[in-house]
Design a binder for this molecule. Structure first.
Ligand code: C2E
Ligand code: MG
Ligand code: MG
Length: 598
């Protein structure tokens, strides 16, 4: 319909053009209004439609140019006058101009005026005449689109693009004035995921809206607040002449959550972490400044909740190094540079090897061996741990089966493999384990997964459901680094656990400190009461071994017996101990280490 109307319009315009300008303009379309300005007489005729468009009656409209120009928005009047002058003077052949006109209801409407001039023989304009179209809707849509492109739909705050634009202007201005410049505060809600997961996304959205309003209350005139990510906000404060001012904003932002946010009649106590980056006199581009503020924020979050951290160059250097490590790690997986080493777990009294812990090893092309302490944390953050975990598990399972087949390991020897939190949330862990066991031929009961307390507590429901499945297959479970994490022991009942591995730092201090011995004794008793196997980690001296035995801890691993070593070396060791050789430096009386073999 609209299309055929347009076609008609176009057709009438074309044919009318032959009849002269006046008719052409008259035929512009029923929706348009017409006007005709006699320049000599100074009279303007307006069509009834022109008056109606502005909520007026034809009678209420005087036949003067003032009836039009007097209604134009002050911001638009100069440009309109210039356009009219250009048409009259002959500088422009046509007038085509949009301006806001005041409606009878007091609001402004966007009008498009189009006109031509009718000239005498001498070329002097006698009349100008044209049409007027209401283009308010189109304007509104365009403004809305522009607004949407630069604002966050949920909170109505500026978005990242607008923030970066403002930041760019602030940096440029400071550079011109050689002034101190500006600072960026990056804010992130601590544990926002918890709000979202426990109360649902609608509540999460409401939380963010309330937070946005509260943050607005922390600003000074001229500061810009933006939502730049899911639960991430940024504040730009200009002319930050002293750090004190910036810190004052940070403190206010920190304090606004002292009063809980009420959602679904529940008080939500939350906190924000804040990272600050200050523009330096060196040229800084806005993206860098925002990134630096976020690097500081991530450090603040890593250090706890409700923290404020300043960016420094060291942080940048570390981030660059980390990025390089990540990309190297991806390559390492492609090039198969990740392997497993094995450390024996032994009976502390007889030295008999009861199993091995598989530990990931990365042999880097240039750097040689890279410690898991260095590459496991970034692998966890990036999710690469899922692939690493799969690789270590497969390698270790295959290795134990090979030792069993070679007659080096008894059927009851165990292999322990470490599992990270991400492997629970980002993969079908139970399914993967089942597949790997099937592919390698390892009996489920020979595999033990090592999980830290934080892995169990990060998402207890998920961990519980997966671990129950895994345990049902017959796979065993061990809490690693026991004693360092949550003080609540309730989870020991909740999860189907078989063993506890006492954190290495307790063993290191066992000889000197009674408190450490008491703690270890408590863990051993707890294990006994709950029917859990207890293993000591990081045993380096005979003294530690003896103390542990005295505390009735019967299993352990550590450099005293063997360091983690490649599979081939373990094969040789297993062959050696089978013939009665000792695993560790001779003691008086010597202790014999044996392996359980078929
Ligand atoms: P963890 O699971 O607690 O492993 C024990 C760590 O203690 C190993 O460090 C081992 O080499 C070290 N260790 C063993 N005996 C002694 C000793 O007598 N003295 C001292 N000072 N240290 C000893 P490693 O191999 O550097 O691994 C560090 C951590 O990295 C592991 O701690 C584990 O949390 C993680 N990790 C290693 N491999 C993997 C893996 O395949 N997957 C996952 N998710 N994490 C892994
Ligand atoms: Mg471990
Ligand atoms: Mg450990």
């Amino acid at each position: 319909m609209a299309q055929s109307g347009n076609q008609e319009n176009r057709a009438s315009r074309v044919s009318a053009a032959a009849h002269g300008d006046r008719y052409a303009l008259a035929a512009e379309g029923a929706n348009d209004a017409l006007w005709d300005w006699d320049l000599k007489a100074g009279r303007v005729l307006y069509s009834p439609r022109w008056a109606a468009m502005l909520g007026l009656t034809a009678e209420a409209l005087s036949a003067t140019s003032e009836a039009w120009l007097g209604r134009v928005h002050p911001a638009d009047i100069d440009a309109l006058r210039r356009a009219i002058d250009a048409l009259i003077g002959g500088g422009a052949r046509r007038l085509e101009h949009e301006q806001r006109l005041r409606h009878a209801d007091g609001t402004y409407r966007w009008m498009l005026a189009r006109a031509v001039a009718l000239r005498g023989a001498d070329g002097i304009a006698l009349r100008i005449a044209g049409s007027q179209t209401d283009v308010t809707d189109r304007h509104w849509q365009r403004e809305q689109l522009e607004y949407d492109a630069f604002h966050d739909g949920l909170t109505g705050l500026s978005n990242r693009a607008l923030f970066l634009d403002r930041l760019g202007q602030a940096v440029a201005m400071a550079r011109r004035r050689h002034a101190q410049g500006c600072a960026v505060l990056a804010l992130g809600v601590d544990r926002f995921k918890l709000v979202n997961d426990s109360l649902g996304h609608a509540a999460g959205d409401e939380f963010l809206s309330v937070l946005a309003r509260r943050l607005e209350g922390c600003l000074r005139d001229g500061d810009t607040l933006a939502r730049v990510g899911g639960d991430e906000f940024a504040i730009l404060t200009e002319q930050a002449d002293g750090l004190d001012q910036v810190m004052a904003i940070a403190e206010r932002a920190n304090a606004i959550l002292a009063t809980p946010i009420v959602l679904d009649e529940q008080d939500i106590f939350a906190s924000v972490g804040i990272g600050i980056a200050v523009a330096t006199p060196r040229l800084r581009n806005p993206e860098d400044l925002l990134r630096d503020a976020f690097l500081a924020l991530y450090r603040a979050k890593a250090m706890g909740t409700g923290r404020v951290e300043m960016f420094d160059q060291g942080l940048h250097a570390r981030a660059v190094k980390r990025l390089k490590l990540e990309s190297d790690l991806r390559h390492a997986l492609e090039r198969d540079e990740i392997d497993a080493h094995y450390q024996p777990i032994v009976a502390l009294d007889t030295g008999r090897i009861v199993g091995f812990e598989a530990l990931a090893r990365w042999t880097h092309g240039e750097r040689g061996s890279v410690s898991p302490a260095e590459f496991i944390p970034p692998a966890e953050e990036t999710g690469l741990i899922v692939q690493i975990g799969r690789k270590v598990l497969t390698t270790a399972a295959r290795q134990l089966v090979a030792w069993q087949r070679a007659g080096l390991a008894a059927p009851e020897m165990m292999i322990n493999v470490n599992v990270s939190a991400k492997q629970f949330s980002q993969s079908d862990l139970a399914g993967e384990i089942r597949d790997i066991l099937a592919a390698t031929g390892l009996a489920p009961a020979r595999l033990k997964l090592e999980l830290t307390e934080s892995v169990l507590m990060e998402n207890p429901e998920l961990a519980q459901s997966i671990l129950e499945k895994v345990r049902q297959m017959g796979v065993r479970l061990c809490v690693d680094d026991f004693g360092t994490g949550y003080s609540s022991l309730s989870y020991l009942h909740r999860f189907p656990i078989d063993s506890l591995k006492i954190e290495r730092s307790f063993i290191a201090r066992i000889a000197e400190r009674q408190s450490e011995r008491t703690l270890i004794k408590t863990i051993v008793d707890l294990g006994q009461a709950l029917d859990l196997e207890v293993v000591a980690e990081g045993i380096e001296t005979h003294e530690q071994r003896r103390q542990l035995l005295a505390l009735k801890c019967r299993l352990g691993q550590g450099y005293l017996f063997a360091k983690p070593m490649p599979g081939e070396e373990v094969g040789a060791l297993l062959a050696k101990v089978r013939s009665g050789a000792s695993l560790f430096p001779p003691e008086n009386p010597p202790l014999t280490v044996t392996a359980i073999t078929a």
